[in-house]
Write a protein that binds this ligand. Structure first.
Ligand SMILES: [Zn+2]
Length: 322
């Protein structure tokens, strides 16, 4: 089927897949979950991917090209996934070559956040925009940039890792091995740590009751909303300040038309959006930010990555003339 691609989004919780046509219509949709306690080795995950592809191929054919978004640090020149925070033990793996052989069709591998941005730009919150920043506020912080309509990939395709820009040099230790990275403050794990600090500062005794990001927002809502002296409000305000500080640096560089926030914490955009926008105005250059505040919630949810991966596969095929 010409002009049709399979797009897959591999995440820490599962594999989502779609069949997409050239007009961005989803012709089929399938997902499998990765058992929380299950084996996350490359062979086991490849089995799950192959299962999703088998199901999707009932709606297309075996030669349909496949794009897949994979979390982690990639070297696209070498065709290697260097490592992935979601899949410990995946080191220096030629994922695209392995999957091309296993699935018997051309497989394009791209960073998962890049795929999510391509999906949102094609059919979601950034539709029609040429200059876009996407941050996924999940456990960590994924990022992707559309610059003049082109995905920013950097040398070796390894760039666009705003989550690992140092917000506080010498700060919290990050999974990347550095200290003070933005994602250690703007990811959900970071919010829980910030909440623990706020709990102590507000005189809380014993361990902070927040073990997940949602607990912080729930505690504030249960208390009747934002208020001085409440640990949860203190944590959320500090979270917004940290995220806005990171975003302001990006705004000053990229002057985006839209900032798309996805991931779990973006579900609290009604709460965090206004203080982030206030800080963004204070901290970024007015000419770079523009008059219209650009923050938007992602629209495609967990479909964005699969849709973007499929569109990237179609574009890759056009570029290579396959
Ligand atoms: Zn880092």
């Amino acid at each position: 089927m010409s002009g049709v691609a399979i797009g897959l989004d591999l995440g820490g919780h599962g594999v989502r897949g779609v069949v997409l046509d050239a007009e961005a219509n989803i012709l089929a949709d399938e997902r499998v979950w990765i058992d929380e306690e299950g084996d996350r080795g490359i062979d086991e995950v490849e089995d799950l991917i192959a299962h999703v592809v088998d199901v999707l191929r009932t709606s297309t054919d075996a030669s349909t090209p496949i794009g897949i978004g994979v979390p982690g640090f990639h070297d696209h020149t070498a065709g290697i996934l260097r490592n992935s925070p979601n899949f410990p033990g995946w080191e220096d793996l030629p994922v695209a070559a392995r999957l091309t052989e296993r699935l018997g069709a051309p497989v394009t591998v791209e960073n998962d956040a890049n795929c999510a941005l391509l999906g949102e730009a094609l059919a979601g919150a950034a539709r029609g925009c040429a200059d876009v920043i996407l941050l996924t506020l999940g456990t960590g912080v994924g990022s992707a940039f559309l610059v003049n309509g082109t995905l920013l990939r950097g040398a070796r395709g390894a760039g666009a890792e705003a989550g690992h820009v140092a917000l506080y040099p010498g700060g919290r230790k990050c999974g990347c091995g550095k200290k003070g990275c933005l994602e250690m403050y703007a990811g959900s794990t970071g919010l829980v740590v910030t909440a623990g600090d706020a709990w102590s500062e507000e005189g809380g005794e014993g361990p902070c009751p927040a073990t997940e990001a949602i607990d912080v927002f729930s505690a504030e809502a249960d208390a009747g909303g934002p208020q001085p002296g409440l640990w949860a409000s203190r944590a959320i305000e500090r979270y917004c300040l940290d995220l806005a500080t990171g975003l302001a640096a990006l705004v000053n560089i990229f002057a985006p038309e839209a900032i798309v926030l996805g991931g779990g914490i973006s579900g609290a955009l009604a709460r965090i959006g206004p203080p982030i926008e206030t800080e963004l105005k204070r901290r970024s250059i007015g000419a770079c930010l523009g008059d219209a505040l650009p923050i938007r919630a992602a629209e495609l949810g967990d479909l964005a990555g699969a849709v973007g991966a499929a569109s990237w596969s179609l574009k890759s095929r056009l570029r290579s003339g396959r």
